[in-house]
Design a protein around this ligand. Structure first.
Ligand code: FE2
Ligand code: FE2
Length: 202
């Protein structure tokens, strides 16, 4: 799926489909985090208005996704509750920051981490859509999948722009970061730490 190196463990979707409420709660928080992350990145680069506009448009969509998922929780009578620590995203950012300095500006890495999280979201929405027998949920996951695939491309395009248009350099860096991401996903799955943490940010 997109740039990913390691597939999600086969058991994840079955466990997630068995506990749809947990995955919905987790996913609502992931959508909010995606929005706040895009806005914080925009504010850190407030001198670049094209970047600010692209990221604020993305944040608007993530907030709309958040509202949709929260509406489903309300229909089901499920409380949202406080967010939990997102080990996946935190580890991915830490591992990226610990890489030897590369020739790409730090903004490129931030954007590519966003692209990877979107790519993993897409993969997992596809797994969830296939694993659920609830038609409404299948429609929700399928719908979100299309948006997040678009977000993946937006992040990669913004990274290419931040790298001065050097797409080859960005693709090579994305390949390195995808290896890190694959190792993190595999380790978290081995530790049994992955469910209900969806690592699908939306
Ligand atoms: Fe989203
Ligand atoms: Fe997204």
């Amino acid at each position: 799926m997109l740039c990913l190196k390691m597939p999600t463990d086969g058991g994840w979707a079955m466990a997630a489909a068995r506990d749809a409420n947990a995955i919905l709660v987790d996913h609502a928080h992931c959508e909010m985090k995606a929005a706040t992350n895009a806005l914080s990145l925009a504010m850190r680069h407030s001198g670049d208005l094209d970047l600010v506009l692209a990221l604020s448009a993305l944040a608007r969509e993530e907030i709309e996704h958040f509202g949709r998922v929260v509406a489903v929780l309300a229909e089901r009578g499920v409380a949202l509750g406080p967010p939990k620590v997102d080990e996946y995203a935190a580890e991915l950012r830490r591992a990226t920051a610990a890489l030897p300095r590369s020739s790409v500006p730090p903004l490129v890495d931030r954007l590519l981490v966003g692209a990877l999280i979107e790519a993993r979201s897409c993969e997992r929405f596809q797994l969830l859509a296939a694993a659920t027998d609830d038609e409404d949920l299948r429609a929700l996951w399928t719908d979100l999948l299309a948006s997040e695939a678009r977000h993946y491309r937006t992040f990669v395009d913004l990274a290419v722009r931040a790298a001065g248009g050097d797409r080859a350099r960005v693709v090579a860096r994305l390949d390195d970061l995808a290896s890190l991401e694959g190792a993190i996903v595999t380790r978290l799955a081995e530790q049994g730490a992955e469910f209900p943490r969806a690592s699908i940010h939306g």
